[in-house]
Design a protein around this ligand. Structure first.
Ligand code: FES
Ligand SMILES: [Fe+2]
Length: 367
């Protein structure tokens, strides 16, 4: 696969690759921890799979496929008592492992081995205010499970916040939008951030990292107001941005002992919907009154702008137009597709992952 120039080939291949095929054998955030109280069950579609996520009375979370193994009834129509899920059709009960524990229709001397009946269960964990589900694929059980992409923090005390938004597009368009440096002056223009007049040439160094790439530590762009505020600390400011498969963008801003760290994930829900979860932690601007609500206000504004532009794009994509990727503004998008293709190839052949980015490279664009 080659994406080097704007050719017919690039257009055709991009179309084939932007279908949003989800990558398996990774952890994905299913829902916010705060949305699931003890004894509650919620339905959540993840990578086209309907699941129920439940929180037991003791606080532990588990996830089952949202189909009863008896006749396929969604468990989500049934009940959860904080211990067992009960199907609404014939009252079969299942535990956290998906093991059947009770079938009301059976006589005491029935030979049916109830506990051999299983609903599919998913490995589930909580981290950074989200409930994560491991979506198994062909490598499950063969390779060690990867780690949940934890948000890095750099001091003991900090504040944190989560903003989640649904995006009306498949995961590929969501991620390409996330890693797209050229839409800022058009989509995110505002008096406090930047305007289209602030466009200027940028040159950024990139390097490969395992299953992804990094925009190497650099002094951030002078046209963003938030960074101008950071100058008040009088320390050199550096930003590092990573993208790693399947869907994670980390950004770190360091300024002496002050820092800001964020993790954005774009998670496939269905073939035409994904969800952006932006989790941030920081110890900067502690002196700003109401720093957290102010932060949330700006994060919502910013992410809302992305959400609206993707809704508009989704209208155009319904007609399945051909698309293109141009160098260097879309090179990160090309890398994403190459990383994804390399991952799928490695998975298919059960072979080592062959990193498509071999060496550091500098990209130049205007934004
Ligand atoms: S369909 Fe669930 S108990 Fe029969
Ligand atoms: Fe954006």
């Amino acid at each position: 696969m080659s994406f080097s120039t704007i050719t017919e080939e690039v257009k055709v291949k991009d179309r084939a690759l932007s279908t949003g095929e989800p990558l398996l054998d990774f952890w994905y955030p299913a829902l916010r921890s705060a949305r699931l109280k003890a004894g509650q069950m919620r339905r959540q579609v993840l990578l086209n799979k309907p699941l129920i996520v439940c929180r037991e009375n003791d606080g532990a979370v588990f996830a089952l496929d949202d189909h009863c193994p008896h006749r396929g009834m969604p468990f989500s129509y049934g009940r959860f008592d904080g211990e067992r899920v009960e199907c609404c059709y014939h009252g079969w009960q299942f535990d956290r492992e998906g093991r059947c524990r009770h079938i009301p229709a059976l006589l005491p001397d029935s030979p049916v081995k109830v506990e051999r009946i299983r609903a599919k269960n998913y490995t589930c964990a909580e981290m950074d205010g989200l409930i994560w589900v491991f979506m198994p694929g062909p490598l499950a059980g063969k390779n060690p499970m990867p780690e949940i992409p934890r948000l890095p923090v750099f001091s003991e005390h900090y504040r944190s916040s989560i903003v989640s938004r649904k995006l009306a597009c498949n995961v590929d368009h969501g991620i390409v939008g996330l890693m797209d440096p050229a839409h800022g002056p058009f989509v995110h223009q505002s008096f406090w951030w930047r305007s289209r007049r602030s466009i200027h040439e940028k040159s950024k160094a990139f390097e490969p990292v395992p299953q992804g790439f990094r925009m190497s530590a650099h002094t951030p762009s002078s046209n963003s107001a938030a960074y101008k505020l950071l100058n008040l600390y009088g320390e050199p400011i550096t930003t590092t941005i990573d993208f790693v498969l399947p869907n994670v963008r980390f950004e770190q801003v360091r300024c002496g002992r002050y820092w800001f760290s964020s993790r954005t994930t774009v998670t496939p829900i269905t073939n035409d919907e994904c969800r952006l979860d932006f989790v941030a932690a920081w110890n900067i601007f502690q002196w700003v009154p109401l720093v957290k609500p102010v932060f949330r206000l700006f994060a919502n504004l910013f992410i809302g702008q992305d959400q609206r532009i993707m809704e508009m794009q989704a209208e155009g994509l319904k007609d399945n137009p051909s698309l293109m990727l141009i160098d260097d503004a879309d090179t990160q998008a090309k890398w994403y597709y190459k990383l994804k293709a390399a991952y799928l190839t490695a998975q298919r052949n059960n072979a080592p992952f062959e990193h498509p980015i071999k060496a550091p490279v500098t990209l130049r664009w205007r934004s």
